[in-house]
Design a protein around this ligand. Structure first.
Ligand SMILES: [Zn+2]
Length: 88
């Protein structure tokens, strides 16, 4: 059985390129974040809005990740507690 040809074709062209330094980015979100961080003085209002919302999205993702890590820790703690209760 061959998996050849079943993979999603990889596109060689990036989603966006920075207007100011020409750096390519795989997603427009990354490009927007780059522009906001590296060229903040050159953003127009639209780009600034896009940057702020993209950054807010990233912060949301981080928060979700932190919550998941905390949940895993609590589960682990109770897991050990149960184990201790059974073994001891
Ligand atoms: Zn740039």
């Amino acid at each position: 059985m061959s998996y050849e040809g079943t993979m999603i074709p990889r596109s060689g062209s990036p989603a966006g390129r920075c207007d100011y330094c020409g750096h390519p980015f795989p997603t427009t979100d990354r490009l927007v974040l780059h522009k906001g961080l590296e060229h903040p003085q050159r953003l127009d209002d639209d780009e600034e809005d896009a940057f702020l919302s993209a950054r807010a999205d990233e912060e949301d993702e981080l928060r979700t990740l932190r919550l998941k890590a905390l949940g895993a820790l609590v589960l682990l703690y109770f897991g050990f507690l149960m184990l201790y209760a059974i073994v001891a």
